[in-house]
Ligand binder design. Sequence first.
Ligand code: ATR
Length: 275
Amino acid sequence: MGIEINENTALYGIIGHPLRHTLSPAVHNAAFKACGLNAVYLAFETLNPFTCLKAAKALPMKGLSVTIPYKSLIVKHLDFVELTASEIGAVNTVVNREGKLHGYNTDASAAVEALESVIKLQDKNCLVVGAGGAARAVGFALKGVCRSLTIANRTRRRAESLAMSLGCHWVPLSEATNVKADLIINTTPVGMHPQTGSVPIPERALEHASAVMDIVYRPKRTAFLELAEQKGCLTIGGEEMFLRQAAAQFRLWTGFEAPFELMKDTFEGAMKGIE
Ligand code: ATR
């Protein structure tokens, strides 16, 4: 039985572009239902993120998830930004508290939790591929935890700027093969459905790697993870970080502990339906 939508139903949603393949609505709506909350979560594919923020206040909406390509862009347009998110310079979670929009970042802790559930970070030389909002979160989370950190990005200026704020090394994407990394994390959308055949860096870059994480969660096994597995690497799929960041969003919005196992089952069920 679905929830009964009525005059008290709280509205949540996700803004990004493109959004056709997001599983956030399935996962959050299942969590709301399981916790008996009168709330719905919708996908808003938009080219106007700032208008969406105004709408979130005007309607009002209670919370928003923010994804590619707006995580960094929206930071300056919020009323308050929590310290970690402000240091990272990227917000993936907005909470509307009495008409004021508060920004948080749940990607950073989700990335570290997903990695630490299977590997030790202290002895890893890490290569983060990408320099967007997700890379900023992963980079800040890893900084000071792993042995060394290098950023590789297509646009040099962005790689340099992120490396400057992290105090770490950077290389252009074309030179990622020169980095002797034992943990590689893809934070770019390369390999995401429907362009599932692409990998973010050439096979040679995996030569020294023992573990690879991809933050792309659709498909569940990206071409990059398949390649890493063939090379004997431990692989960590995007759903690990996705589910943890979603659970943290749920806690921020509702004050309730997220029904993690149910969110995971919902995610897996939805993936089976589309893969
Ligand atoms: P998000 O905030 O979700 O991280 P973003 O800020 O748009 O999204 O960042 C996307 C990242 O993926 C960027 O590092 C981007 O590289 P550029 O800085 O060169 O734009 C990277 N990216 C996106 N498409 C890519 C592609 N086809 N090849 C390589 N990198 C790509």
